[in-house]
Ligand binder design. Structure first.
Ligand code: PLP
Length: 265
């Protein structure tokens, strides 16, 4: 009987992207594909297509927290995924909520700028992320520009270490935006460092960062340790990018909803 099945819940706080490429739709699809259940509180509405962002409207912080609390009161949340938060006031409210649930692992995707170049964050977002959210983050998943903006240094290994000093327990810096024939992602944590190397696929892609962070959160919710979750989440993203499609005039979107390797590529 369906009601007897149980899947771990990932509570997601992220933005809506009407193109269906990034944001909460990416989160829901990626989490479902790992075999977990996504429960999503909306933080921002955006106006965007597959090429770029035109407008971002933040939801009132109290309304975001009410959405999240409705989920937390009803379901056993096994991991929390934070995507676009948009403003310092939202970060502060989310950090206060997280302080009441210290045992739940948190994956933070520090969304600042879209692949098309459009800004997604207010000026006060970076200081708030650094001060209030990194100390409560189990895995931070910045791309290279986000890592540099948050850490204030250029070298990506130094960025990861600086972000760990600010409190993030693990940092997975993705290298898709860096030049080179291969993509290098680096995971830094209490156990040390590991570099993952992937073939570079023809992009640009819209929504790859959301897909990675959401898959990562789902794998933690399923009980995997961070290093294994990071490896499996990257393998999943690589498959979705190899099977990406281009529904509009801009970037390609990862094909997230098919699970088996045979369905991809
Ligand atoms: N829109 C929303 C709501 C997002 O959360 C993100 C990224 O996380 C983006 C747009 C940008 O996605 P990308 O950088 O892959 O284009």
């Amino acid at each position: 009987m369906t009601r007897a099945l149980s899947f771990p819940t990932v509570l997601v706080l992220s933005g809506h992207d009407p193109s269906g490429g990034a944001g909460q739709q990416a989160d829901i699809e990626a989490i479902a594909a790992q075999g977990a259940h996504a429960a999503v509180a909306i933080t921002c509405l955006t106006v965007q297509d597959t090429a770029d962002v035109r407008r971002v409207e933040a939801v009132a912080p109290a309304l975001i927290i009410d959405q999240a609390e409705a989920v937390l009161a009803d379901q056993a949340v096994a991991a929390i995924k934070l995507g676009l938060l948009g403003t310092g006031a939202i970060v502060t409210a989310v950090a206060a909520l997280l302080a009441r649930y210290p045992a739940i692992p948190v994956v933070t995707d520090p969304v600042l700028v879209a692949t098309g170049g459009g800004r997604l964050a207010a000026d006060d977002l970076i200081p708030a992320l650094r001060a209030a959210l990194l100390p409560r983050t189990t895995v931070l998943t910045p791309n290279a520009p986000e890592a540099r903006a948050l850490a204030g240094v250029d070298d990506l290994a130094a960025c990861a270490e600086a972000l760990r000093v600010l409190g993030a327990r693990h940092v997975l810096v993705t290298g898709g935006d860096e030049p080179g024939a291969q993509v290098q992602n680096r995971l830094h944590g209490p156990e040390g460092q590991r570099v993952f190397t992937w073939p570079r696929l023809p992009g640009p892609f819209h929504g790859s960062g959301c897909t990675l962070a959401a898959a990562m959160a789902a794998r933690l919710a399923l009980g995997e340790p961070v290093a294994l979750a990071a490896e499996r989440a990257q393998e999943y993203v690589a498959r979705t990018l190899a099977a990406a499609f281009r529904p509009g005039c801009g970037a390609a979107i990862p094909r997230r909803w098919l699970r088996d390797a045979a369905d991809h590529g």
